[in-house]
Design a protein around this ligand. Structure first.
Ligand code: PLP
Length: 333
């Protein structure tokens, strides 16, 4: 695998394309601006971006912060018990160390968390949120959601809705054409009941209304916002961070994730907060500032926390405020 990685890097092929369509997460263990360098490198890449995890060598181990008392597996069980998500994925996703990539990016350690392996049906980061968003979805339901042309969120929603016996109706806005957009559009078109794809932004409201109205005629309508960015879905991504706590021996320096609708970054931020990690979370923007911004991520994280408190989920300790950086990504405005 490492030799393969080295070859990919040497031949300047796109690593993320080669890992497939799902989310690939990266981890680093290092100091200073290393995480920022890695985030910057990914920001120049295409949309199949990445999560970067690093370590605080000076912490030594979780025990130094008294975190040995935290039972993260039990905490995850309590979150699941309080919200009864459905089961779409296979957890935990593997965490892989990649020394070659670490050396290439100038950091001592780097991991890839294989979120792309979250489901054989269709993996990637969206599966975590959908488990919570689909907790009441079943046969006879019609899920309506929106996304850009070739949206992987739309494809994940349609495939997993069908696995639960529900149908999906999609409304899509223009987002530029590419081979991967065409592949994803074909795939979601073959599984959704109907896709209303607008050819211009001005035409989008009408397509959206048509999707909404068709869904109402077909069955019980369940609306999932673009990217699945709801506070309850953030809890799925919080569980990813709790998995990391079980897979790593020390809090990371940084976690870098793509930042689209914000749920993924919000869950990671909330996870770091509840674990008491001083980890810096980097969101590499892959969507417009209007939807992908610090305010949105922090607001989603806060609302998810309130939701947990309202369901009496006992917290590990008082939440902290880990730093969040939003890095310009591949999205052209
Ligand atoms: C591979 C990948 N990971 C993560 C994200 C971010 O997801 P979110 O919409 O939760 O911000 C995206 C969004 O486009 C993505 O394509």
């Amino acid at each position: 695998m490492l030799i393969r990685l080295a070859q990919l890097l040497h031949s300047r092929r796109d690593l993320f394309e080669r890992f497939g369509e799902g989310l690939v997460e990266f981890g680093i263990r290092g100091l200073g601006l290393a995480a920022q360098r890695v985030a910057g490198a990914f920001a120049r890449g295409p949309r199949g971006v990445s999560d970067v995890v690093g370590g605080y060598p000076h912490f030594g181990s979780l025990a130094v912060k008294g975190l040995e008392a935290l039972d993260t597996a039990d905490f995850a069980r309590k979150i699941r018990a309080a919200f009864s998500p459905c089961c779409l994925g296979t957890w935990p996703t593997p965490l892989e160390s990649h020394p070659v990539l670490a050396a290439r990016t100038g950091v001592p350690e780097l991991w890839i968390k294989r979120e792309d392996r979250s489901s054989a049906l269709y993996g990637g980061n969206k599966v975590r949120g959908l488990e919570f968003l689909f907790r009441d979805v079943g046969p006879g339901d019609v899920v309506v959601t929106i996304g850009g042309w070739g949206s992987t969120h739309c494809l994940a929603t349609a495939r997993h809705a069908r696995a639960l016996g529900a149908q999906a109706v999609l409304a899509q806005f223009p987002q530029g054409h590419s081979d991967s957009e065409a592949r994803t559009s074909r795939a979601s078109g073959s599984v959704a009941r109907r896709t209303f794809a607008a050819s211009s932004w001005t035409g989008f409201p009408l397509e959206w209304l048509q999707a909404w109205s068709l869904a109402g005629r077909l069955g019980r309508r369940v609306y999932i916002p673009g990217g699945g960015a709801r506070p309850v879905a953030v809890l799925g991504h919080l569980l990813a961070t709790l998995e990391l706590a079980q897979q790593l021996s020390a809090p990371p320096d940084a976690i870098v994730t793509a930042l689209g609708s914000g749920g993924t970054a919000a869950g990671i931020l909330l996870g770091c907060s509840l674990l008491g990690w001083p980890t810096r979370v980097f969101g590499v923007r892959v969507a417009s500032r209007l939807v992908a911004n610090r305010w949105k991520v922090e607001s989603l994280a806060r609302r998810a926390l309130r939701l947990m408190i309202s369901r009496n989920v006992p917290l590990l300790h008082a939440p902290t405020s880990p730093p969040l950086s939003v890095v310009a990504g591949s999205f052209n405005e």
